[in-house]
Design a protein around this ligand. Structure first.
Ligand SMILES: Cc1cc2nc3c(=O)[nH]c(=O)nc-3n(C[C@H](O)[C@H](O)[C@H](O)COP(=O)(O)OP(=O)(O)OC[C@H]3O[C@@H](n4cnc5c(N)ncnc54)[C@H](O)[C@@H]3O)c2cc1C
Length: 258
């Protein structure tokens, strides 16, 4: 049994629900005080499509997490933001390597790659990059292994307030350099004047404000493009208001309600 002191309410049983498979914490990378990337080993094979989410739990508390890893990878990789007053994330941040969460046996979600489109324009903020990473990793894996001959192009528009939050920038930059016809990467910083961003030489502005400009720059055809927006609800609302009336094929995944 795992027990933690929960301020003011005594002890809370955080034993993972025995009705579900367990997810053992095998790796953890602290990105910032409030951001971490974790890898979990499921006690049972966990099937999912790139873009879907899993449901993780401690005791009776369960939440949805989009999966960063691709289905071919051994571990479930999750990018988590701490919500200081939240029920689950403070407990997740306190987990030690080797400890367990529960994982519901079925992945969920319809935020998956549109098989009819060739161009995938993916707009995200911080942790919202997860589905894009899963889709790109799986596609490139299949391409390298000769499991697909489909021609797909991924445009990863990745926004954050601070450079340090652009967690997957090194990986995506490397992919864009190695596969320039397949992966296009536009990281953007919304607070360029702040000291943490002093060395930033790249694109600036909120990702929702620059999306239209880049749809035009990349000269994307509406009838062969899917726009995906994932993460911050305000970003999604804004981009949806801008792009839906123009007839863009659009799908969204909101991580929370304001
Ligand atoms: C489909 C789906 C996929 C998701 N994928 C991820 C993911 O990959 N990574 C991830 O970190 N989270 C993800 N989330 C959010 C996650 O499910 C939890 O809501 C979040 O981790 C907070 O849980 P909590 O129990 O600590 O806070 P709660 O007790 O659930 O929430 C407390 C309050 O904070 C708000 N809130 C929740 N998240 C945030 C946030 N990030 N910023 C500001 N306010 C917030 C809630 O709306 C609520 O009002 C996803 C949510 C959905 C629906």
């Amino acid at each position: 049994m795992v027990e933690v002191t929960s301020t003011g309410v005594g002890y809370q049983d955080l034993t993972p629900n025995p009705a579900f498979p367990t997810a053992k914490l095998v790796e953890r990378r602290q990105i910032a005080e409030d951001l971490m990337v974790i890898k979990l080993e499921s006690s049972e094979p966990f099937k999912f499509k790139p873009g879907q989410y899993c449901t993780l739990g401690l005791g009776k508390i369960e939440r949805a997490y989009s999966i960063v890893s691709a289905p071919y990878e051994k571990y479930l990789e999750i990018f988590v933001e701490l919500v200081p007053e939240g029920e689950l994330t403070p407990k997740m941040f306190a987990l030690k390597i080797g400890e367990y969460m529960s994982v519901r046996p079925r992945a969920k979600g319809i935020f998956v790659q549109d098989k009819k489109a060739r161009h995938h324009f993916m707009v995200s903020t911080v942790t919202g990059v997860a589905p894009s990473m899963s889709m790109v990793r799986q596609y490139l894996h299949d391409l390298e292994n000769g499991d697909t001959t489909d021609k797909q192009v991924y445009y990863i528009m990745y926004g954050a307030s601070y450079v340090g939050e652009l967690t997957y920038d090194v990986e995506v930059n490397d992919l864009a350099a190695k596969y320039p016809e397949i992966v296009k990467f536009v990281p953007t910083i919304s607070r360029p004047t702040e000291s943490q961003n002093a060395d930033w030489k790249g694109v600036t502005g909120r990702v929702n404000n620059i999306a239209e400009e880049y749809l035009a720059k990349f000269d994307l055809p509406k009838d062969d493009t899917k726009v995906y927006a994932c993460g911050h609800p305000g970003m999604i609302e804004d981009i949806k208001e801008k792009l839906l009336p123009q007839g863009w094929n659009f799908i969204e995944e909101r991580f929370w309600k304001p």
